[in-house]
Each structure stands twice: as C-alpha cells, then as structure tokens.
Design a protein around this ligand. Structure first.
Ligand code: NAI
Ligand code: UGA
Length: 443
C-alpha cells in the first residue's frame, strides 16, 4: 500500500485526502494553518461540504487518515506527495505560485527517498518542470542524489458535490514523464481504475492545459447562455426553453446552460484570467475566453442595474430595502470567493439601498468579505426574517431551502412585492408570478 501525503488541506486537499483514505491508502493531510488541523483532529470540518463528515470520521477511526502540521514528517512518511495548495490570482490575473514554490522548496529540503510529486493545484503550463527544478536544487544543496518523478493530476471536483465527484469522477488525467510514475498513480487510483473510470495519460504540459481549457470552456458556455438570456429578455423569448432546445443536440448538451447572475467561485474567474495571461506570455490572445470574462462582468452589472431601475419606479432607491436570498457562489457550499453576490450587493449599496441577507452557509465568510459596507447589511436568521419590510427579494443562489419557502408568509412581511429570481427557480410557477412582480433572467 502507498503512503500518501497531501500538502494543503483546503477544499481540494481535504476532500481528496478523505477519499484516498476511503480507497484504502494511508493518508496524511498537512496544512500550515494549525487551527484547521487542530479542528480536523477533533473531527470538526473547517468547510461545509455535504457527505464529507461521515467519511472523515470513518477514515480517521480506521487509522488511515491523519492530520499533520509538520512538513518534514509529511514528506518523509509519504511515497506520493500531492500539492493541493492555493494558486490565487495576482493583480494582473496571473496565477500566484508562491505556495507551490514554498512546498517544492520544502520537498527538496526534506526528501529522503524516491517520491512521486503530484500537482493537484491548478497551475500554469510549465509549473511541473518549475517544481522539478526547485526540488532538484534542494537536493543539490544537500549533496544528495535521490530519484523523483513529477506528475500533473488536475482536479475536476465541484464544490457542494465534491465527495461524489471524487468517488466517481468522469476521468482521471495523469500527466507524467515516466512509466514508473504512471504505474504508481494507477495504484493510487486503483479503485477507480478497476471501476473502469477513463484514465488519460499525457505529458505534463498537456495535463496542465486540460484543466485550464476545461474550466475556461465551461465559463464560456455560461457566458454564452447569459448573453442569449439578455437578448431573450429583449425579444420576449424564454431562455429555459432555448437552453432545452439547444441541449437536445447531443453536440451541445444541456449541462451548464443555466442562465444566472454570472459565474463565480474560486476557479472560473481566476482560471479564465490565468489562461488569458498564459496566452499573453506566449504571444497569443484568447479572444473567446477574454470575451467570456467581459460578458461575466457585464452580466453582474446588468443584474444590479435592472434591480435598481425596477425598484426605483416605486421607491427611491435610497429608501429601498432589498433582501438577498443566498450569498455563496452556488448552493451547498460556504465558499464566497468571487461570488456574484459580492459585486451585486456592492452595486446596490453604492446606489443607496439597504440590504437584508440570509444564506444557509455563506454568512460567516460574507461578513468579513463585505466588512467595509457592514453598516448597510443586516444578516438575518432565515429567509422570512430577511424579507421583513423589504421592497424586493433577490434570489441570488438556488439553495433548496428557498425553493420550499412559504411564499405567502414571505409576502405577508414585505413592504413591496418585487421578486428578482436570478436563478430562474420559480420561472414556471404561476402562483409566484401572480403573487409578486416577478422577473427572472431571460424568462
Ligand atoms: N476549490 C475547488 O473546487 C477546486 C480547486 N482546484 C484547485 O486546487 C487548488 C487548491 O484549491 P482550494 O482547495 O480551493 O484552496 P484552499 O485555499 O481551500 O486550500 C489551500 C490550502 O493550502 C494551504 N497551504 C498554503 N500554503 C501551504 C504550505 N506551504 N504548506 C501546507 N499548506 C499550505 C492553505 O492553508 C489552505 O488550507 C487551487 O489551485 C485550485 O485552483 C481544483 C479543482 C477544484
Ligand atoms: O476548478 C475548479 O475549482 C472547479 O470549478 C468548477 O466547479 P465549481 O466552481 O465548484 O462550481 P460550478 O458548479 O462549476 O459553478 C461555477 C459557477 O458557475 C455558475 N453556473 C454553473 C452552471 C450553469 O449552468 N450556470 C451557472 O451560472 C454557478 O452558479 C457558479 O457560480 C468546475 O465545474 C469543476 O469541474 C472544477 O474542478
């Protein structure tokens, strides 16, 4: 059995660590943030991810999953080391590789035997080789000659569905330079390999590009349908039926054709900018991806402009109270990184409105991300309290809880009756359309 070390215990590292232990590996999850590791040692999850807690408890109990803060012990005790640290965007959109670099340096300092060093973080093309050079430099300084391999194994999990995505991925991509490393990776993912999950073996560079190209393509698909939704609104067509009709063509597929307030999250915004930056450094321009980035910004702006314009017909916006249902960038996560709610709330507050907000999991993070405008936002204990005295409900994130809300109870506590359904959750609900002054996105 292989011993796995996962460096970086965030959304990706933690879920992968738990799943690899579930697959029968001995796993050490390591992080520099000791509070996170201390919590995990007590069985407390630092993130909200459905289905993770049960598997965490089970694998900690079995002794297959351990949590460390010590880098050298993690490196020394692992045959395969996964890098799952963040690669956040820098000011210019390029990926910040400082955490990857720091880990590579530590591996060079502490490596004691053959290791497979696997990059799970989303990184620009060439990072695999960059990591190899740093590790080699560390070994040279120590006067050691130890063999190692570098692998790129990008991650495709979605937050909120991460456990399922890691247990049953659509594919496993392995970018490697040696047959030995490929065979070891197949053993690491033995359970998936036996279950006939498609494996794609490529070069390091190709694997690194597959990740960016996949995220960029999905982002383009969303920006495309959002633009069509804006036009559908103008011409009186229905975006949901348009998407359905398009999706019936197997070449297009109905997935990722849900119009909304613009894509958010820790990856699409950052990875689209990063691939555009990679192209620039290689003298190319990603025209389609750059257009998708611009369209996404425009989409968020259009949403806030529409809300401000519509509500102003009845109440001066400086006197308006606007309710936000859902703050996280998508349901079933507490992640607020680049959530469209942030830009939209900021625009509404800039226009003079006051906000009452409720989100099942996103409020803790929203409070610090929106700290500078905290005087204009009241965080509420549920969707009903958030609706009290409001002129409009803005359904920002499609949590199931909102689908099941008693809307007569909601309407009873509101001052006005605007309902902006930015996820088209109620677009086919005639009752809702009769109760409220309803508007969806493209329908
Ligand atoms: N969040 C997601 O849904 C997905 C993320 N990715 C990629 O995976 C990577 C990680 O993303 P997340 O897990 O979301 O980030 P995250 O920010 O949740 O986790 C990163 C972790 O690395 C730790 N860390 C930083 N420097 C360290 C060091 N020197 N040693 C040990 N730990 C260190 C941080 O404390 C943090 O806990 C990124 O490149 C991201 O683009 C890929 C697929 C899905
Ligand atoms: O690299 C990553 O981090 C991950 O990024 C996305 O996963 P995630 O960001 O968790 O969430 P998605 O479900 O893809 O949604 C991203 C954003 O697009 C929006 N979206 C998605 C689909 C759609 O049809 N319409 C739409 O507006 C969501 O509301 C959300 O704001 C990808 O789907 C994952 O495959 C990838 O691993």
């Amino acid at each position: 059995m292989k011993n796995i070390g996962i460096i970086g215990t965030g959304y990706v590292g933690l879920v992968q660590g738990v799943i690899m232990a579930e697959f029968g590996m001995n796993v050490i999850c390591m992080d520099v943030v000791s509070e996170k590791i201390e919590k995990l040692k007590k069985g407390i999850l630092p993130i909200y991810e459905p289905g993770l807690k049960e598997l965490l408890d089970k694998n900690v109990m079995s002794g297959r999953l351990k949590f460390f803060t010590e880098m050298h012990e993690t490196i020394e005790n692992s045959d395969v080391i996964f890098l799952a640290v963040g690669t956040p965007p820098k000011e210019d959109g390029s990926a910040d590789l400082q955490y990857v670099k720091a880990v590579a340096k530590s591996i060079g300092e502490y490596m004691n035997s053959y290791k497979v060093i696997v990059n799970k973080s989303t990184v620009p093309v060439g990072t695999g080789k960059f990591v190899r050079d740093i590790v080699q430099e560390g070994l040279d300084k120590r006067g050691l000659s130890i063999e190692f391999d570098i692998v790129s194994n990008p991650e495709f999990l979605r937050e909120g569905k991460a456990v399922r995505d890691c247990l049953t991925p659509d594919r496993v991509v392995i970018g490697a330079e040696s047959e030995k490393a490929v065979e070891i990776m197949k053993k690491v993912y033995d359970v998936l390999y036996i279950n006939q999950t498609p494996f794609l073996i490529t070069s390091l560079e190709t694997a690194e590009m597959i990740k960016y190209a996949s995220n960029a393509f999905l982002a383009v698909k969303i920006s495309f349908i959002n633009e069509i939704a804006l036009l559908a609104d103008k011409v009186g067509a229905n975006i949901q039926e348009i998407a359905r009709g398009m999706g019936m063509d197997g070449r297009i597929s109905s997935k990722f054709l849900h119009a909304g307030p613009g894509y958010g999250g820790s990856c699409f915004p950052k990875d689209t900018k990063a691939i555009a930056d990679i192209a620039h450094t290689h003298g190319e321009q990603m025209l389609v991806i750059e257009a998708a980035i611009k369209a996404n910004e425009k989409q968020k702006q259009k949403m806030s402009e529409r809300i401000i314009y519509t509500v102003s017909q009845e109440v001066p916006i400086e006197n308006a109270i606007l309710t936000i249902w859902g703050l996280s960038f998508k349901p079933e996560t507490d992640d607020m990184r680049d959530a469209p709610s942030i830009d939209i709330i900021r625009a509404l507050v800039r226009a003079g409105a006051r906000i009452r907000a409720y989100c099942p999991e996103g409020m803790k993070e929203a409070k610090w991300r929106l700290k500078d405008i905290e005087d204009y936002i009241e965080y509420c204990k549920n969707e009903y309290e958030a609706a009290e005295g409001a002129d409009a409900i803005i359904l920002m994130t499609e949590w199931h809880q909102f689908r099941g809300a008693y809307l007569d109870k909601v309407k009873a506590v509101m001052k006005n009756d605007y309902f902006f359904d930015l996820r088209n959750v109620f677009s086919k609900n005639i009752e809702v359309k009769e109760m409220f002054k309803y508007s969806g996105v493209g329908c």
